[in-house]
Write a new protein. Sequence first.
Length: 270
Amino acid sequence: MLSMPDKVKNTARLIMVGDVVGEAGIEAVRQHLASLIAAYQADFTVVNGENAAGGFGLTETTLQSLLNAGADVVSTGNHIWEKRDFWPILDANPAVLRPGNYPGSLPGKGLAVFEKAGLRWCIMNLQGREYMTAIDCPFRALDAYVATLETQKPYLGVVDFHAESSQEKEALGLYADGRVAVIAGTHTHVQTADQRILPKGTAYITDLGMTGVDESIIGMDTGICLERNKTQIPVKMELAKGQASIHGIVVEIDTETGLARSIERFSLPR
């Protein structure tokens, strides 16, 4: 099992888990998340669950499964709107977020503040625009959130940036540098190896990776995905079956400065 040295004074640890895909992904979270929290002595956990319900969106049941497994907050992305019956839960349950740069008239919110173990965690969920449906500007949305958090100091700021473009993710990371503790990309389902501390102290990774079946194409049945690519016919994708892994990061944060001290990737069981 992965582990880190014991925490030193005035530090906190955050776990972030990449996009959970289907029941196999949920089962991987059930099997491994509690052990990861214990091994890393984590204080807070954010899980991206936007693909948890059959590969597209969330249901109340799948949300509760992730929360029961140890998630403090479930972030999402563009697929959060797939299950219309879930929309009221976005308003009713403060532990689930949707990208905050969608219009404010839609259900849910993109910023949540949680008090846990004497620390104030401010979780932000934003979505990119490059190669995705154009929505409001994530850079301006970040500015607005950080401005509202002035009254919440001291806080530990965490951003899940659900985006396709690595260029856009890195740009927002550097734009946010020094203003939040962590900015992690989601959506592309492939864990990147560029985890680092940015110059002003923000922990960054372009993509957390996927929590789903290993032998798949982004969690989906390989044969169907190959057929779609060869023929360009939009055959309905189906979830892959098999062994699932959980991917993500653990970040150590200085609770006095609100900036990161270290960032480490994990992948289990492989």
